[in-house]
Design a binder for this molecule. Structure first.
Ligand SMILES: [Zn+2]
Length: 229
């Protein structure tokens, strides 16, 4: 029966990821809760059939039903990754609902970072509050091993952020992951993210001078670590 939960969670995840894209698209511009989605090119209001995560993209072959403009495949990819991000969440448990909020906040940050190479701190504020609350409740459980695993990477990111070699966003996400999960989990997530970035970097013609959005890679690393847990 476990696979039925897996599939329903995957579907919930694709819907959440689809809505995350809408939130980032409309942030500061229009209401993203009650108003219906529109095509950003022809402004035509989308019908329910155009908004089914993954399926609509496949049926419409990645184009708007009305003006036929090409819809970036990143939308499809985000929904697909979202499905896996929430795959193991038990929506009947308070702890897992908190995990889902952390994952959703980080997904918003990843999408924003991908689009504009930065994210508003308010997007990760729920994750930050939940992770701080979590570390305070479990402060007595922090071991020397945890500190040994945490401090070098934390100081490295702090140093690189001060030198402006990497954005403060990476440091914030590292703190959220360390506080909410643990330092080992955060380190493995960042290691997986770095490997994914390296693979993409070697496989594409990305320029060394181009700023790279690292949060989407952290998100991929996070999904892999969550699935391996
Ligand atoms: Zn259109």
């Amino acid at each position: 029966m476990k696979w039925i939960f897996g599939i329903s969670n995957f579907l919930i995840g694709t819907c959440l990821a689809s809505h995350a894209c809408v939130i980032i698209e409309r942030l500061g511009k229009e209401d993203f809760i009650f108003s219906r989605s529109k095509c950003t090119n022809c402004n035509q209001q989308l019908c329910l059939l155009d908004e089914i995560p993954l399926i609509s993209y496949l049926i419409l072959k990645g184009r708007c039903r009305y003006c036929k403009i090409h819809i970036p495949c990143e939308y499809f990819l985000t929904e697909f990754l979202g499905g896996f991000a929430f795959y193991k969440i038990d929506f009947s448990s308070i702890h897992d609902i908190c995990t889902a909020i952390v994952l959703f906040s980080l997904l918003l940050a990843a999408i924003s970072d991908y689009q504009v190479q930065e994210f508003d701190i308010t997007l990760v504020l729920p994750a930050l509050v939940i992770s701080l609350q979590h570390i305070m409740n479990n402060f007595y459980r922090i071991s020397t091993t945890d500190l040994i695993e945490f401090l070098p990477i934390f100081l490295f990111f702090l140093f690189e952020t001060v030198r402006k070699k990497c954005g403060s966003g990476d440091l914030i996400v590292y703190l959220i992951l360390s506080f909410y999960f643990n330092s080992k989990f955060a380190n493995l997530t960042f290691l997986t993210a770095s490997i994914a970035l390296l693979i993409v970097f070697l496989g594409s013609k990305m320029s060394k001078k181009e700023p790279v959005a690292f949060i989407p890679f952290i998100y991929i690393g996070l999904i892999i670590q969550l699935l391996c847990k």
